[in-house]
Write a protein that binds this ligand. Structure first.
Ligand code: D41
Length: 675
């Protein structure tokens, strides 16, 4: 009988080890090595076996992550050694002063530092006794925190059991709990659908999820964890020489450790690391609010000691805050190049993301309603990287009784034409078209922009003046401008008037692709303009084409095709183009004749996706051949795709084609089809 139990024990152990390993692969390394179905199978097997032998269930089994009953209250725990705080630096000079203090304190010329990102999460402590996770607590005030063991157990990136034979008797791991940006967006989407409160940022979402008395709610939120150090320990094998070795040790115990951890010498290296991570920040899957520099040698750390609650051996170098609170003074409505009406927040100036912000986008009327934003509110403004600042949320606790709701105007605030919002669209548009001065200004500015006609010196202020003085209404008017008219404008020196006339003259020699892009056709960006120029070879052919033919062009679907035919159907636009050509705007005639459209039933109108390298032709050659027969080549596989042409090393498009049941051709099969 004992033998039987031992065999069961072994089987349970094997299943638990396996599941722990796959958890680690999935949640820590982000690199699963089995399918979800296979994982579920293993998990069910373990569950069934445990159901049959309930006495063999242990708390650290992967089946026991959730299950604790809701608490009434969190109890307080005193940390066995205090969780210190980090002092902050904002300027390079403060970091240089930190390095100087360290060097002088240690009487050393150059310091070895361990550097890591500063996670914008919640600091916690995890205690493992004999390799098993026993208690977990928030940092609290550094001395005492709250016992959130039941909630921390639900975080799959936190091991319930250390994966080694040779476990320390006691190991306290310290780190940050956070929510990945992608999981935060998904959570907010769900909250919105359920009509529940949305979170302002991933940190708040993580905090709200961790502070739940019912661990089942925490379990339903995708949280993760990154280790940044250790607290109390007992046992061998724990590195005692360098912080970086502790981090490597924690990684071998399957704790998540930031990939961006490095070791470097001297303060210059620290500052370049700061700037490097700053560049990377937007692309990281999690929010960070700076980087942390730590003296790497533990002996040197000890020698430096502490000032009050913060170690002298470490400092956080913070990025400028990306969010700040300010007052919403009013809402203006801006008119875009294609007539889109965008509500823009006028803000009491606030320093955020490294600059002073006075305007922020509110996107559209639906967003204002969804976020319950009123004029006079205190709002949270966010400026991340080079993205346009936006109003994220209202600080409801500070809602002013005098706050006024915003009403989207039903007429264009600039030209007074009716504003319409088509069914299914979130954006209202001015119907004034190119008679609306706002749209005129935007259209001219776009026409003159660097990647379009590249008219140097023709910026927003000047275009504003030109339109307001009725000197220019359309791009064609630019080429009729007289030097004297320009020179008469306020704040226009003769020299700059000369330069602008010269720049306008110079812009007459352009390319067809630039010209098409400059026209500002809705949904036609630079890449599409290039494709159109390549495909049609002449402006006249493009102007006289139809929607079917347009959809033969790479990456052009029904919407873009419609925008193009709408644009050229407008007599006003044709008139402007005629005037531009009369003024001498020209481009090199395309020497290549446009592709001849051949009707071919197996190919004509069919949608192809190319992936991997073909044995005998380049992808461009394959594309030309497909185009020549009236087929269309797009970049991504969807249910609309008719054929995927796959060469060697095809990648994810191939997998998707298999999944969707799209016909897959090799080069030979494609050539057959083209015959
Ligand atoms: O990523 C972090 N937020 C982080 C926080 C980090 N990478 N390292 C940290 N190191 C420390 C010391 C040096 C004091 C052990 C920390 C923190 N402390 C910390 N987090 C919250 C308070 C202090």
């Amino acid at each position: 009988m004992n033998n039987g139990i031992e065999a069961i024990q072994q089987q349970l152990q094997k299943l638990r080890d396996l599941i722990d390993l796959h958890n680690y692969q999935y949640y820590v390394l982000d690199d699963p090595i089995i399918s979800d179905a296979e994982y579920d199978q293993l998990f069910r097997e373990l569950q069934q076996l445990e159901q049959r032998y309930p006495r063999l269930v242990v708390p650290e089994s992967p089946t026991q992550r959730i299950g604790a009953a809701p608490l009434k209250d969190f109890s307080q725990v005193t940390h066995r050694t205090p969780m210190l705080s980090l002092s902050n630096a904002f300027e390079d000079a403060e970091v240089e002063a930190f390095d100087r203090r360290v060097r002088e304190g240690l009487e050393v010329d150059c310091i070895e530092y361990a550097v890591e990102p500063k996670f914008d999460g919640l600091a916690v402590s995890l205690c493992y006794e004999q390799g098993v996770f026993i208690t977990g607590a928030t940092r609290g005030d550094g001395n005492t925190g709250e016992d959130i063991t039941q909630n921390l157990r639900t975080i799959k990136a936190i091991p319930l059991r250390l994966p080694t034979e040779n476990v320390p008797a006691l190991l306290e791991v310290r780190g940050e709990v956070l929510m990945l940006k992608a999981d935060f967006l998904k959570l907010n989407e769900q909250q919105h659908e359920k009509g529940e409160k949305e979170f302002a940022n991933p940190r708040n979402a993580a905090a709200g999820s961790l502070r739940q008395l019912d661990p089942r709610i925490t379990a339903s939120r995708r949280l993760t964890f990154f280790a940044y150090g250790i607290g109390v320990t007992e046992g061998e094998n724990i590195p005692t020489d360098k912080h970086s070795h502790i981090m490597t040790y924690l990684a071998t115990l399957h704790f998540p450790v930031a990939r961006e951890c490095q070791v470097m010498m001297g303060v210059e290296a620290l500052l370049s690391y700061y700037h490097e991570i700053g560049q990377l920040r937007e692309r990281l899957p999690y929010d960070i609010d700076g980087v942390v520099y730590k003296v790497n040698s533990l002996r040197q750390q000890e020698e430096l000691g502490f000032v009050s609650r913060a170690p002298r051996f470490a400092i956080a170098h913070k990025f400028p805050a990306q969010e700040a609170m300010t007052e919403l003074l009013g809402i203006d409505v801006q008119v875009g190049r294609t007539g889109a009406l965008t509500p823009v927040a006028r803000l009491k100036p606030v320093f955020v993301g490294g600059v002073t912000v006075t305007n922020a986008t509110l996107h559209n009327a639906d967003e204002i309603k969804r976020k319950n934003i009123m004029i006079g509110d205190t709002v949270m403004v966010r400026r991340a990287g080079d993205v346009i600042p936006e109003v994220v949320s209202v600080v409801m606790a500070q809602r002013n009784v005098l706050a006024k709701p915003f009403v989207m105007p039903d007429h264009c605030p600039v030209c007074g034409a009716r504003a319409v919002r088509l069914p299914g669209e979130t954006i209202a548009r001015c119907t004034g078209g190119l008679f609306c001065p706002a749209q005129q200004k935007r259209a001219i500015l776009h026409f003159a922009s660097r990647r379009a006609m590249d008219i140097e010196g023709l910026g927003g202020k000047l275009v504003e003046q030109l339109v307001d003085h009725a000197l220019v209404r359309t791009p064609a008017d630019l080429y009729k401008l007289e030097l004297s008219a320009l020179a008469n404008l306020e704040r226009m020196a003769e020299k700059s008037a000369n330069n602008i006339v010269a720049a306008i003259e110079k812009s007459k020699h352009t390319t067809l692709a630039r010209f098409i892009y400059a026209l500002g056709i809705r949904n036609v960006g630079e890449a599409t303009a290039k494709e159109l120029a390549r495909y049609f070879g002449s402006l006249d052919r493009l102007m006289d084409t139809d929607r079917e033919r347009l959809q033969q062009v790479t990456d052009i679907g029904p919407t873009v095709a419609q925008s193009i035919t709408d644009f050229f159907a407008e007599p006003h636009n044709r008139e402007v183009i005629a005037q531009l050509r009369l003024s001498g705007v020209n481009w090199q005639k395309n020497v290549v004749e446009p592709v001849q459209l051949v009707q071919h039933s197996a190919i004509n109108g069919k949608i192809f996706v190319l992936t991997g390298s073909l044995p005998n032709m380049t992808r461009d050659e394959a594309k030309e051949k497909i185009h020549a027969m009236g087929g269309k080549v797009t970049g991504s596989v969807s249910t609309k795709t008719d054929y995927v042409v796959a060469g060697a090393d095809p990648g994810s498009k191939y997998d998707k084609a298999v999944k969707l049941g799209v016909v897959i051709l090799d080069e030979e099969a494609l050539l057959d089809l083209l015959q």
